[in-house]
Design a protein around this ligand. Structure first.
Ligand code: NAD
Length: 480
């Protein structure tokens, strides 16, 4: 059985504990590789390596740093097929999706920040007749990057790339549920000429190695993407140590559909915003509010189309949904379907497991599920399910839609469908979300601020926001 390894100081190594944990293939439910069970001692080794590498990396010319990162990006691209296959196998997502979205985006993340840093400038504030202020933007030092399982390399690289571009050394931990592509990344970084110790990748459980990263006094900033409960714990631990914190957390995003929308465009996109990646995208619109005039038409067509979505093993090129990421996650999603029924909901599509034939008979396959008849404030409509489950609810007025949309603790993203421009702007202004799409979903410009309000997080990633997060501003005043 293949044993994954940590990547510390430019080489692969076993965890200090010598212990490993099982890595499951969601498509078959079988263990297919072993993950290092790392802990505080491995973090210590990585911190020593990063400390030694920091003077080299932070003082390297921006141009040289940028070239190494461009090579890293090209290194992933050159092994596209290998990365795509690995991501799909580790996560359960269709190969086609990993090939269209996940790995190309990881390539872009490195390329984007490799070149963004060439244009990153700081401010100067002139005081007429008095003097001038200029602001230096220095790298922070050693930073920790912790990422989730839903878009493994995509979100891992979304943090690591700006951290490295800004001149920091990185201790990174991918999710223990999907570690494989992060494991492959070490070799690519090495071949790109990344100096040893600049990028260290540790594997293992959140409460063990993740916690040790958060608690290490020499790791000065933590960039975390994951669940809101984990984010809360990390904030509690890191805040008294005065670490810089970026938290990208859960969501329960509204998809608000007005009866004046472009129906066909909305329907096509709503199928994706509901079930892409088995509904396991933090930006999926899991609460669908439909204006009463088109509610029945919407329901009839949506349910028919959802019923026709093919759930299949990830290598099937026709698969619209693959396997969800793990058995516990599948059980969690199914438990929410039961809860929805207890709360008075009616399952109008899906709601159960899909039984595939051997060798996929023990894989984690769920039918995309649509539930109606629930109140906006029941648990099913307030808690994050993070699977292929959406609820549909009618509304009459803009005010009512807004009130229901804003009723959760979350505020990550929102989608609006309307042809009334004034209404679109009015709603976008009032909705509690860090990201609003109007007549679109998941269109991403890497320069824009990315993140959520309320319990969906603190801070923003993307573009200058990420480079500002991974640098420490220092203002210098010079008297005339
Ligand atoms: P999770 O919080 O369980 O784990 C995320 C990462 O944190 C993993 O690497 C895990 O090992 C680590 N971790 C867990 N406990 C830790 C601890 N005590 N200290 C340090 N690290 C710890 O989340 P998940 O189940 O992997 O991911 C799903 C969640 O991520 C969902 O809530 C989803 O909405 C959220 N998410 C948010 C965004 C966003 O941009 N806002 C993007 C993707 C996913």
């Amino acid at each position: 059985m293949e044993k994954l390894q940590n990547f510390i100081n430019g080489s692969y190594s076993s965890p200090v504990s010598g212990e490993y944990m099982d890595n499951y293939e969601p498509a078959t439910g079988k263990v297919y590789s072993l993950i290092p069970k790392s802990g505080a001692k491995d973090v210590e080794l990585a911190v020593v390596a990063a400390e030694n590498a920091y003077p080299v990396w932070s003082k390297m010319s921006i141009d040289a740093r940028s070239r190494i990162m461009v090579k890293l990006s090209e290194g992933i691209e050159a092994q596209m097929e290998k990365f795509v296959a690995a991501e799909s196998r580790d996560n359960g997502k269709p190969v086609a999706l990993a090939g269209r979205v996940d790995i190309p985006r990881a390539v872009s993340n490195f390329h984007f920040f490799a070149t963004a840093i060439l244009h990153f400038a700081s401010e100067s504030h002139n005081m007429e007749g008095v003097g001038v202020n200029y602001t230096l933007r220095k790298p922070i030092g050693i930073v920790g990057c912790i990422s989730p399982w839903n878009l493994p390399l995509y979100l891992f690289s979304w943090k690591i790339a700006p951290a490295l571009a800004a001149g920091n050394c990185v201790i990174a931990k991918p999710s223990e549920v999907t570690p494989y592509t992060a494991y492959l990344l070490g070799q690519v970084a090495k071949e790109a000429g990344m100096p040893d110790g600049v990028l260290n990748i540790l594997h293992g459980e959140g409460h063990d190695v993740g916690d040790a990263i958060v608690k290490h006094p020499k790791i000065k900033a933590i960039s975390f993407t994951g669940g809101t409960a984990t984010g809360k714990y990390i904030a509690k631990t890191a805040a008294p140590m005065f670490k810089k914190l970026s938290l990208e957390l859960g969501g329960k995003n509204p998809n608000i559909i007005f009866d004046d929308c472009d129906f066909d465009d909305m329907m096509r996109t709503t199928l994706l915003s509901s079930f892409a990646n088995q509904g396991q995208i933090c930006l999926c619109g899991s609460r669908i509010f439909v204006q009463r005039g088109i509610y029945e038409k919407f329901k009839e067509e949506f349910v028919r189309k959802v019923d026709a979505l093919l759930v299949a093993e990830p290598n099937n090129p026709k698969a619209k949904l693959g396997a969800v990421v793990s058995k516990p996650h599948m059980e969690k999603v199914l438990s929410y379907v039961e809860l929805a029924k207890e709360e008075g909901g009616k399952v109008v599509s899906g709601g159960e497991k899909v039984q595939l034939e051997a060798p996929f008979e023990n894989g984690y396959y769920l039918r995309p599920t649509v539930i109606e008849g629930l109140s906006y404030d029941c648990r099913t409509n307030q808690e994050e399910i993070f699977g292929p489950v959406v609820t549909i609810m009618p509304f009459d007025t803009e005010e009512e839609a807004l009130m229901m949309a804003n009723s959760t603790q979350y505020g990550l993203s929102a989608t609006l469908w309307t042809s009334d421009l004034e209404r679109a702007h009015r709603m976008a202004n009032e909705i509690h979300a860090g990201i609003v799409w109007i007549n679109a979903w998941l269109v991403r410009d890497l320069r824009t601020p990315f993140g959520g309000a309320k319990a969906s997080g603190v801070g923003r990633e993307g573009g200058w926001e990420a480079l500002r997060f991974f640098t420490e501003p220092k203002n210098v005043f010079v008297k005339y």
